[in-house]
Design a protein around this ligand. Structure first.
Ligand SMILES: [Zn+2]
Length: 254
C-alpha cells in the first residue's frame, strides 16, 4: 500500500516523548457504524507499532452540537477531549491551542494532525515548528493530497485505514484505553469554558448564553468581511477615478 512508505519507526529521542493529536472531526469524520470508542485504541495501536510509547492526548475539534450522544460518550469515555468550535473559527482555534500546547511542551514531542486542510491552513506555521523547533510530525487525512507537501512527516495515514484495526487487537487495546469521564474533556472553545459531563455539555451547547456567543462571533466575522468588501470597493473606485482623471489630464494636455 502506498502509505506504508510514510511510516518510519520512532527514533530513541521521540520513542517515549509526548504525542498530541489535533483532530478536525468534521473533515475527517467517524465512519458510519464505527464505534467511537475504537478511535483512541486505533490511533494508539498504530503509534505503538511504530515504536512510539509516549503519553497520547487527543482533542476532537468540531461543531459538537452536531455530534451524536453515542459519539460524545464514546470519545470522552476513552479520554478523547472534545473542543466545540464553529466552522468559521475552527482552524483559528486549533492553531492557537497548538501554539499554547507547544509553550508547555518543548521538543522532543510529536504533533499529529488529522485534517484534510493541513497544507492550506497549517503548513507555514508547521514548517517553522519542525525546522526551527524540531517537533516530530504525523499526518492523517481522508484523501491523499493532490500535491507534494512541503512538510517533512515521519508518518502519514489515510484516516479510514488508520481506524481499521482488527477485532482482536481492538479488544486488547480498548481495555487499556477505557477510563471514566474526567474534567477537561468537554470544552467550549466559543465561550472558553469547561463542562463536567456529556449531559452538561449538551445543555451548555443548547443554552441561550452559548447561542448568543456563537451569533456574536459570526456577526463580527460578517462585519469584518463587509468592511473588507467596503474598502476594496472604495479602493477600486478611487483607482477608477484616478485613471479617469489622469486620462482626462492627458487629453487636455495634448
Ligand atoms: Zn459555549
Amino acid at each position: 500500500m502506498w502509505q506504508e512508505e510514510y511510516l518510519a519507526a520512532a527514533t530513541p529521542e521521540y520513542a517515549t516523548a509526548q504525542i498530541a493529536v489535533w483532530w478536525d472531526i468534521e473533515g475527517c469524520q467517524i465512519p458510519e457504524g464505527y464505534d467511537a470508542r475504537w478511535v483512541r485504541p486505533s490511533i494508539e495501536g498504530e503509534l505503538r507499532k511504530l515504536g512510539y510509547f509516549g503519553p497520547v492526548s487527543i482533542t476532537a475539534y468540531g461543531d459538537h452540537k452536531q455530534t451524536s450522544d453515542d459519539h460524545l460518550r464514546g470519545l470522552s469515555s476513552t479520554g478523547v477531549a472534545l473542543s466545540h468550535t464553529i466552522p468559521e473559527v475552527i482552524y483559528k482555534r486549533m492553531n492557537s491551542d497548538m501554539r499554547d500546547w507547544r509553550l508547555d511542551n518543548p521538543p522532543p514531542a510529536t504533533i499529529m494532525l488529522i485534517s484534510d486542510h493541513v497544507e492550506f491552513l497549517f503548513a507555514k506555521g508547521l514548517v517553522h515548528v519542525q525546522q526551527g523547533d524540531k517537533y516530530n510530525l504525523f499526518l492523517a487525512y481522508s484523501f491523499r493530497p493532490y500535491k507534494m507537501s512541503i512538510l517533512v512527516t515521519s508518518a502519514e495515514w489515510l484516516w479510514e485505514s488508520l481506524l481499521a484495526v482488527s477485532e482482536t487487537r481492538r479488544h486488547v487495546l480498548r481495555k487499556c484505553s477505557e477510563r471514566s469521564e474526567s474534567t477537561g474533556m468537554f470544552y467550549c472553545n466559543v465561550c472558553f469554558c469547561d463542562c463536567q459531563s456529556s449531559g452538561d455539555y449538551r445543555m451548555h451547547l443548547s443554552s441561550d448564553e452559548h447561542k448568543q456567543q456563537e451569533a456574536c462571533i459570526i456577526s463580527v466575522i460578517r462585519s469584518n468581511d463587509q468592511d473588507k468588501e467596503y474598502w476594496l470597493r472604495k479602493t477600486v473606485e478611487k483607482e477608477q477615478t484616478f485613471e479617469e482623471s489622469s486620462s482626462d489630464g492627458s487629453w487636455s494636455s495634448s
